[in-house]
Design a protein around this ligand. Structure first.
Ligand code: G6P
Length: 484
């Protein structure tokens, strides 16, 4: 029904760095894989219902083989009914735009973690050039002068402006998935004005939380007041609306047979002792996720409760990525060393307190982990939202299990019935681990039911609907105003 009201025909263009489908050569031919997570599910639902195009960087080993000799994925390779256009970035472009500006400058700038951002002018030049290439593709794929363009994330901050310059009537909805930096942090970015101006050319900018919205609004106010704003940019800059749109997941979670069967599969796969209580961490291997802090807190818990050694296992899954960036290489060494230290101190043959799995695992296994564990630990130092917290809650229709959740994850604003922690406070986090393991079944059920009610009410489909509706409404209001 929403899509009917939007009345944007089949002229929707989604643009993101990562693609909704990645193709790889396998022994048996070509396999299409889709990244886990609700974002793709929700935006694909919009595109499939309405028609349109998704533009993203192509990086899979068979991505080129699935295209029409150019940029479009052939329908027989696309398990969805919209157009998928790939952008081919050279190694140098990936280096400057993705590893450099996006991951060494913006990522640490936006997250309060202990890694310093690196600002290289050459990375910024590359970021601009690559954003231009994405914007060119958007313009090429638009079928009218008023397409609905959905821009995803910090990789593409300049795209709204670059599209607006060529399609002044486009409805541009930009979502910033990570925390938006507070004014003092943003001030460190040498190219902050261009970045903010880029975003301000959107019709609507979506942020995750009220705090992110406040930070973005401060940046917008500073730009609006800046005398440096040239008349040329004022001409194309509409008054971008901004709002908090906390992202979520699809509901309901896929059904699992039962928790005990899930637990047996997890024990067999990862070597968890059958009698052990199970703590779970599922993350990307990223310094914002508070993995060393989590391991130290678990170590502290074992120091305080030595009789628990051998009775509690922490299964930590951490999918590596961005390995070209030195901070990620350092993090991997630190996490491995901490796990080895804890296992040496508290482990025995066949009974390691920490099972570290530094690889990505398939969605079905993650779901089993959610269903099998006694407590899920989300200890991010800073996180835009953290969908693991919501996925865990969605998976627990048995109303069992406890969630330990960092106050500095966006999800904490919604999941008030989790056990909140400051992950840098190792003592308090150790105590929260103990409280999670000791939580009576009735309390688990009450907390879980309350959290499930929140996630069920605010799904990723509702997220997409609100964003799109507000984008279209803001564009109509602007048109009416211009006509007066
Ligand atoms: C996290 C963030 C997203 C971001 C993504 C990029 O998941 O929450 O906002 O787009 O990282 O990850 P990548 O592996 O593509 O660098």
């Amino acid at each position: 029904r929403l899509l009917d009201r939007l009345d944007c025909g089949d002229d929707i263009v989604v643009v993101s760095n990562r693609a909704p489908w990645v193709h790889s050569h396998t022994g048996a031919g070509i396999a299409a894989a889709r990244p886990p997570g609700g974002l793709v599910t929700a935006l694909e639902a919009v595109l499939s219902a309405q028609g349109g195009c998704w533009i993203a960087h192509g990086s899979g080993s068979a991505d080129r083989a699935t295209c029409d000799g150019q940029d479009h994925v052939l329908p027989e390779h696309l398990p969805a009914s919209y157009r998928l256009r790939r952008l081919w970035l050279s190694d140098a472009e990936v280096d400057g735009y993705y590893h450099g500006l996006a991951n060494e400058a913006l990522w640490p700038l936006c997250h309060r973690a202990s890694v310093e951002p690196v600002f290289r002018a050459s990375d910024w030049d590359c970021y601009r050039r690559v954003n231009r290439r994405f914007a060119d593709a958007v313009v090429a794929e638009a079928r009218s002068a008023r397409p609905l363009v959905l821009v995803q994330d910090y990789h593409l901050a300049l795209v709204p402006r670059m599209v607006r310059e060529r399609l002044p009537d486009a409805v541009i909805v930009t979502f910033w998935h990570i925390p938006f930096p507070e004014p003092q942090s943003l001030a460190r970015l040498p190219w902050r004005d261009a970045l903010v101006d880029g975003l301000l050319c959107s019709t609507v900018v979506g942020l995750q939380t009220a705090a992110d919205l406040a930070h973005f609004s401060a940046a917008r106010a500073a730009r609006a007041g800046a005398a440096a704003l040239s008349s040329a940019s004022a001409r194309i800059m509409p008054h971008a609306a901004a709002g908090a749109y906390p992202i979520s997941i699809a509901w309901p979670a896929p059904a699992v047979d039962d928790g005990a069967a899930a637990r047996r599969r997890i024990d067999a796969r990862f070597g968890v002792p059958a009698a052990a209580r199970l703590l779970l961490g599922v993350d990307r291997l990223d310094y914002t996720k508070g993995l060393p802090e989590r391991l130290r807190a678990f170590e502290r818990f074992l120091e305080r409760h030595p009789h628990q050694a051998g009775r509690v296992t922490l299964l930590q899954i951490a999918a590596p990525g961005r390995g070209a960036v030195p901070a990620y290489q350092r993090l991997e060494r630190e996490v491995r060393a901490l796990a080895a230290r804890i296992n040496a101190r508290f482990g025995a043959a066949g009974r390691l307190p920490v099972l570290l799995h530094l690889a990505s695992v398939d969605a079905a296994t993650v779901l089993d982990c959610y269903r099998a564990c006694d407590a899920c630990l989300v200890t991010s130092l800073h996180d835009g939202m953290n969908l693991v917290a919501k996925e865990f809650v969605a998976a627990r229709d048995d109303l069992r299990g406890a969630l330990v959740l960092s106050r500095f994850a966006g999800a904490a604003a919604e999941l008030a019935h989790a056990l909140p922690v400051d992950p840098r406070d190792i003592e308090a986090t150790a105590a929260a681990i103990g409280a999670a393991l000791a939580m009576p079944a009735r309390e688990q059920a009450a907390r879980m039911a309350a959290m499930r009610a929140v996630v069920r009410r605010h799904t990723v489909f509702g997220w997409a609907a609100r964003l799109l509706e507000d984008g279209v409404r803001a564009a109509s209001a602007a048109r009416r105003q211009a006509a007066c």
